[in-house]
Design a protein around this ligand. Sequence first.
Ligand code: A3P
Length: 298
Amino acid sequence: QECQNLIFSLLSEKDFTGKKPLQLPRILVLSQHTPTRDSDIILASLPKSGTTWLKALAFAVVHRNKYAPNLESHPLLSDNPHNLVRFLELDLYVKNQCPGLEELPSPRIFATHMPFQTLHESLRDSPCKVVYVCRDIKDVLVSRWHFRSKLVSNYSLEDIIDEYIKGVCFFGPFQEQVLSYWKESLVNSNPVLFMRYEEMIENPDAQVIRLADFLGCSFSEEEKQSGMVEKILELCSFGNLSNLETNKTGTSVCGVAPHAFFRKGGVGDWKNHLTDDMARKLDEMVKKKLEGSGLKFE
Ligand code: A3P
């Protein structure tokens, strides 16, 4: 059933350019590009959940020593997070944009939008670390609507709500995807860290420390005293990244202009777009699916 939902979603949505339907083979890609090093890190999310931010944070945290103490000349100052952390399914397979995978130093960081069930089975038994970020469905939907409206003409909020209610959304129905990673995060044998965009906004320091601890590169007391956590948060902040020349005018990433990944940021923009009725429908759909799982979106 999960597989059917996913196939349905992939075939019914359009690709990034909004021109051609996604093709079935994309479902198989992860088995061909499975991370093979125990130290590999996978960042997982649904589009519009904070992927760009998580990519920047994870990259900055893992590679901080190379650019310490002030993070001057950090690659994030001159390159988009999506170029520094590649999508397994989009960049590596479809476009083959990342040659020399073997030469990348450990730990390598990859990203995926695929549901957990579709990751290669060897990954589930490996010590590779997976970080998942989720966000309230209403903000995800509004963010995605803005993003796609630039690519697809006459795309109304009613259209996208209808798609989400039917479970037709990029990389699978929202609630299925979130649940797939949530369940894995509860199983001790699989190192999956479950993060929330809203908590990252509310308490970024605590969340970035949590991320570093999980990735096995905790901040030392000395680093904390010297303000390294704050420096990383500032480097990866919406204000900083969205104002960098490279992200304003740079060449396209994942088929879209780099600035398209930075719209407004923050929590609750859905209130400016959705009616109470629309919001209730979406909330109820998610609540029903998540019932009994222990996962809640308040
Ligand atoms: P909005 O459209 O609500 O502004 P993704 O990276 O998964 O595509 O998610 C994009 C969303 O994350 C957009 O949300 C974007 O503005 C927001 N975003 C991008 N970079 C961010 C950052 N550094 N901090 C907070 N939010 C960020």
